[in-house]
Write a protein that binds this ligand. Structure first.
Ligand SMILES: [Zn+2]
Length: 554
């Protein structure tokens, strides 16, 4: 039987599965025919699908795996093997010690131990890594005194790396890694992620659980089956393949469909759909425990292009961090935007996986315009942030998050200014960053039609006024007073109290013996202008040039 199997697009999670399925097969050189809203493939491509599945995931996520952390040290050892240890210094030793700690930690972890059992080898990696010790140089000794130990450690480490790097070992070691680092974000509790699974070999387990039932289902006569797949409507024998293995279900709770099935215990799927769902980790792009998927569902090709662009962006980052998802997402959106003629742009559904939950946003054409118009200011915020109770917050992400939810940035600006006043040591941003946030906010409000487009650059001139007022206070030796004044102004802006704001302002200018700048007349006209101008003014007021730190802002 070589009938073609057809799989149609559906909700976003299933679409992510389709993309994953296509990625997996194409990575192994198999053919899938892509049409506007469905794909077709021959049953033969399911031969050895478990191998293809892991190969794709391991190759795609390699940089994020602990396996890679172990083997990527090889060039360093090789370098010292060639050059000798003459140049080996304290920094090298520090790095070696931290590497040894990592190796010792990983090699005895439960998932590595489980992988050793699947590998045919006489090497006992646990024993090898036990013989590794971090190396200390005593105070009166020189680095030369430990070189012999370094040499010994290098030999042991090389043996461990050889073991890990062997392709027939890697498939299990990195395979286990990929399950717990990546796949677990998408689904859980069944097959190799069922803690009670009898089959210890992850490849066989996947094959038996997902692939075999699929091929059997394809070939069998289904005409007598009484039930229907909730996803594709194909006839199914029973209702045992339910949706429970998919994390947080992943359905947009706003959608009607979710209500239907949520209260309907009868929802079950066919083996083909289940196999497709198992491929979601290859469709959604994860960075550790964060994920991103753009449900650009005009057609299969565009769905693949947009999401593979994200994959490409992330894998080309020098150092992948969880923040990479936002950057990659923005770059992918920007490319999409620039490739299209403006009127062709339609709403885009963006799905983010964070804190073990899916978050949904529909980005309107209007919002895509705004994101495009603010991309320069946005990109300058990437490394800015602040620390609050031991947590580091990235301003770039906070801004994007608010924009995605169609929220203005006033509360964020307020928070940043209060932080700057109250705990400057926890701030990794300066007044130029705040001005950029205000610029973005202004463009957002104009773009959403909340504010008339003003020709004048109100942010620049209001913050300039703040700066010059500060200079006056400095000349009078009264800079200390500005902190209290700033708090009062911020409070007035937050509570929309224009009188209090103007009172404080007039007093300041009276004290400085300067006339009040014209821009504040604009401020009184409407609320949004008042806030934009007020916050920009305080931004200039609380941090003059003497605080410097502009280097991050460039
Ligand atoms: Zn189905």
């Amino acid at each position: 039987m070589s009938e073609k199997i057809k799989v149609e697009m559906n909700d976003w999670l299933f679409n992510a599965g389709i993309i994953g399925f296509v990625n997996i097969l194409e990575h192994s050189g198999d053919k899938v025919e892509k049409y506007d809203n469905y794909i077709e493939f021959k049953e033969e491509v399911l031969d050895d699908f478990e191998e293809k599945y892991f190969k794709y995931l391991i190759d795609t996520y390699e940089k994020q795996l602990s396996w890679n952390k172990i083997v990527s040290y090889r060039p360093i050892i090789e370098h010292f093997k060639e050059e000798g240890l003459d140049q080996f210094n304290k920094d090298n030793l520090e790095r070696l010690n931290s590497y040894i700690k990592d190796v010792k930690y990983y090699t005895k972890s439960a998932s590595y131990k489980a992988a050793y059992n699947l590998i045919e080898s006489n090497k006992n990696v646990i024993e090898l890594s036990k013989s590794l010790k971090t190396i200390k140089v005593r105070k009166k000794d020189t680095i030369e005194s430990v070189l012999e130990k370094v040499n010994y450690s290098h030999q042991i480490l090389e043996e461990i790396i050889d073991y890990m790097d062997n392709p027939s070992h890697k498939k299990y070691l990195a395979g286990k890694n990929v399950i717990y680092t990546i796949v677990k974000n998408s689904w859980n509790g069944i097959s190799f992620l069922n803690p009670q699974t009898k089959e210890k070999n992850i490849y066989i387990d996947f094959k038996e659980y997902f692939v075999k039932p699929t091929t059997e289902y394809i070939e069998i006569d289904k005409s007598k089956y009484k039930y229907n797949c909730f996803n594709c409507d194909n006839q199914i024998k029973d209702l045992k393949n339910h949706y429970g293995f998919l994390n947080n279900i992943g359905f947009d709770v706003d959608k009607k469909a979710s209500h239907v099935w949520k209260f309907n215990n009868d929802a079950a799927m066919c083996p083909i759909c289940k196999l497709i769902y198992s491929c979601t980790p290859a469709g959604i792009m994860y960075v550790y425990n964060r994920g991103i998927f753009i449900n650009d569902n005009i057609n299969i090709a565009s769905l693949i292009n947009t999401n593979n662009k994200i994959k490409y962006e992330i894998n080309n980052e020098e150092k992948i961090s969880s923040g990479s998802t936002y950057k990659a997402l923005m770059n992918s959106l920007a490319q999409k935007y620039n490739n299209k003629i403006k009127y062709e742009i339609s709403d885009i559904q963006v799905i983010r996986y964070e804190d073990e939950n899916y978050r949904f946003n529909i980005l309107s054409k209007q919002m895509l315009n705004i994101l495009n118009n603010t991309s320069e200011d946005l990109s300058k915020l990437i490394n800015s942030g602040y620390k609050e109770i031991n947590t580091y917050f990235n301003i770039y992400e906070l801004v994007i998050d608010r924009l995605f939810n169609n929220q203005n940035l006033f509360t964020l600006v307020h928070k940043l200014l209060i932080f700057k006043l109250s705990s400057p040591n926890n701030c990794r941003f300066n007044n130029l960053h705040i001005k950029r946030v205000l610029n973005i906010n202004k463009k957002f409000m104009e773009g959403m039609g909340f504010m008339n487009v003003k020709e004048k650059d109100i942010i620049k001139s209001a913050s300039g006024s703040g700066y010059y007022l500060r200079e006056k206070y400095r000349q009078k030796g009264a800079v200390d007073k500005l902190s209290g004044i700033s708090y009062r102004l911020l409070n007035a802006i937050k509570t929309n109290n224009k009188d209090m704001f103007m009172d404080t302002l007039l007093n300041c200018y009276l004290y400085a013996q300067k006339s009040v700048p014209k821009i504040f007349l604009d401020a009184l006209k409407d609320e949004e202008n008042f806030k934009n101008i007020g916050y920009a003014f305080v931004t200039g007021l609380i941090e003059g040039k003497e605080n410097g730190g502009d280097n991050n802002a460039k």
